[in-house]
Design a binder for this molecule. Structure first.
Ligand code: M6R
Length: 610
């Protein structure tokens, strides 16, 4: 996951590239770079660090030219180094390129080019594309050289490409990674997303897979890979000042849904060190104390309670530690049985929820230790608790919790790794596998966010329904609850979350031809086959099946009306991926109904009354 932006203009472009980059920072920020053409030469500045940090060092605005490309990186191939930062050029400095995606056959192509004496200066898959295009420039024009290269590469890409000898032309291309074109006045743009260029233009052309756009300052042409021109529609994006505050997103909820890859990456940042989990000084618990914990009680409300249910599954399944999850509002009036070996975990986005504060105070009366998982620094819950792990979701403004939830899951997963290690319930290889899998989540989340066509279709078809059911099992049962809660609170449509197998004990009576039933059914070794059976039961009664399934699943699409795929990951982590389409479904249904998505009726962001 990376952000790319490009501009070709009648004027200097560095300021526009820079402001585009700032808006794309959520897509990656381990290194950043910019390239302009001046007098048929590339002028490049790049380095490791966040955009502002690198700019303070290199001053991107000191680059002058009327055409340029820029990139913020979330590393996949090659470490976080200046050499691996984009843009990348070929050996002869004729081609400069920025890329978002993964080239699967890059090592094969690299080998072929090395035999032809190409010398590479980075470990990235991207640099191979620059060399490949350059190798074709001996025989083809710039445009044909790009087309030939695109035919040879396999994998995903959104590309911005410059040729030093043709300083009036910017080429953009996409396959399975997002890229849009902005049509301006005496200037044109490419970018990974619309909000990043909305202050420049609201005329947008959507590029499709395997399309290539050739931009000059006063013209945009789109071609397929055979060079056949394609006529494209210009879409006018309506936005206002408030929208600009939301980085161009219509609502904070949508912005926050799209921020999740960045939020999770931030939450993981510096907490995984040499195969160990390190929570920092505010965590406050020694390994010695944690090894003696033999029971965990998680408390929270609403979405945070759902996160607790996922946490229970993780902690019991992997760390083998008995875990209970309680509604904070029930816990405090129940005279809970607690002893010194019990750890209380309070989960709260705001850190100000009155019920959770009251429950924490009740727990403290029993002399047990308390740990807060919280998003707001210095909030009441963090001050009352003995230790804190901060989710680093950033400010969550939309009343419906989205990025706070997935970052809570990420923290619970890290905590599970820590307990598993201390309790020796998993071996080194299993822990390594868990760490590698969560590191992939931001990138996998981005791919879920980039594929929303089927979700839009469902919102269009079903936004006028009165009721819906959400069904899941195991770690995805709480996701069914969360999907239903999201829909209820923002669209006011009635929705119920159930364990899929419980359906036959009652809710099945609700199913008829007008009932949408959302199955959260990623592939797993536990209950997948049983869930297939549950899907059949709903199908037999005419229910409208919308399924969340793992990429490559052949059976679910045959049984469902709509299938939304998520990438393959560990079963416990599938919950982080499977909730995102449900957030988007709730958002788009509410938006279609004209609801006040960020401030749904009767709700508040922090519920500070009991
Ligand atoms: O700030 P908290 O996490 O303690 O808030 C708990 C609930 O009020 C909150 O999750 C609520 O259910 C959200 N509106 C859900 O989207």
């Amino acid at each position: 996951m990376c952000g790319i932006v490009g501009v070709v203009s009648g004027k200097d472009v560095s300021q526009k590239l820079f402001s585009g980059l700032l808006n794309l920072e959520y897509r990656g920020y381990d290194s950043v770079g910019m390239c302009v053409i001046k007098d048929k030469n590339f002028k490049i500045k790049k380095d490791v660090g966040k955009i502002e940090q690198v700019n303070n060092k290199v001053n991107f605005l000191s680059l002058h030219g009327n055409i340029g490309i820029a990139h913020c990186r979330w590393s996949t191939h090659g470490g976080v180094t200046k050499n691996n930062a984009h843009p990348h050029t070929g050996s002869r400095n004729k081609i400069s390129i920025v890329h978002n995606g993964i080239i699967e056959n890059y090592s094969e192509i690299k080998g072929e080019l090395q035999k032809k004496k190409h010398v590479f200066s980075s470990e990235t898959d991207t640099e191979v594309i620059a060399h490949l295009i350059e190798s074709y420039l001996d025989i083809y024009t710039f445009e044909k050289a790009v087309r030939e290269a695109l035919k040879k590469i396999e994998g995903s890409y959104a590309l911005g490409i410059l040729c030093a000898d043709e300083p009036e032309k910017l080429i953009g291309a996409r396959n399975e990674s997002p890229l849009i074109i902005g049509v301006g006045n005496n200037e044109n743009f490419i970018s990974s997303d619309i909000p990043s260029i909305l202050t420049q233009t609201n005329k947008i052309v959507y590029l499709e897979d395997k399309e290539m756009a050739v931009l000059t300052k006063d013209n945009v042409m789109v071609f397929d890979l055979e060079g056949k021109e394609k006529k494209k529609k210009i879409h006018i994006i309506n936005w206002n000042a408030e929208a600009a505050q939301k980085s161009g997103y219509k609502h904070f909820m949508l912005k926050e849904i799209y921020e999740q890859p960045r939020a999770i990456a931030d939450t993981l940042n510096e907490r995984v060190q040499n195969g160990s989990i390190v929570f920092g000084k505010e965590f406050g618990f020694s390994n010695n104390y944690l090894s003696k914990v033999n029971r965990i009680v998680i408390i929270g409300c609403g979405t945070s309670w759902h996160a607790g249910l996922v946490g229970k599954f993780m902690l019991e399944e992997l760390a083998k530690i008995p875990t209970e999850v309680e509604y904070a509002s029930e816990f405090r009036y129940r005279h809970p049985l607690l002893d010194k070996s019990t750890l209380i975990i309070a989960i709260s986005q705001s850190g100000e929820t009155a019920d959770t504060i009251a429950a924490l105070k009740e727990a403290k009366k029993h002399g047990v230790k308390t740990l807060a998982i919280c998003n707001v620094m210095g909030s009441s819950i963090t001050r009352i608790s003995d230790g804190v792990i901060y989710t680093r979701a950033g400010p969550e403004i939309g009343v419906a919790s989205t990025k706070a939830f997935t970052t809570q899951l990420a923290v619970l997963y890290l905590l599970t790794i820590l307990f598993s290690k201390l309790r020796k319930t998993l071996n080194k290889t299993q822990i390594k596998d868990m760490i590698e899998s969560i590191r992939k989540i931001p990138l996998q989340l981005q791919s879920v966010l980039d594929e929303y066509d089927e979700i839009l279709k469902c919102a269009e078809l079903y936004h006028n329904k009165q009721n819906s059911l959400y069904l899941g099992r195991g770690v995805n049962f709480p996701i069914a609850l969360e999907g239903a809660l999201k829909l209820k609170e923002v669209s006011y449509m009635h929705a119920e979350g159930y364990p899929a197998a419980e359906m036959k004990h009652g809710p099945i009576a609700l199913i008829d031809k007008s009932m949408p039933v959302v199955f959260i059914a990623p592939h797993d070794v536990y209950t997948y086959k049983k869930v297939l059976g549950n899907i059949e039961e709903v199908k037999a009664r005419g229910g409208i099946i919308i399924a969340i399934a793992t990429e490559g699943d052949k059976e679910i699409p045959q049984k469902s009306k709509h299938t939304i795929f998520i990438p393959k990951t560990l079963y416990t982590l599938s919950s982080i991926l499977s909730v995102v389409p449900l957030q988007l479904l709730a958002y788009h249904i509410a938006d279609k109904l004209g609801r006040d998505v960020d401030k749904p009726r009767n709700l508040a962001k922090s519920v500070v009354v009991e």
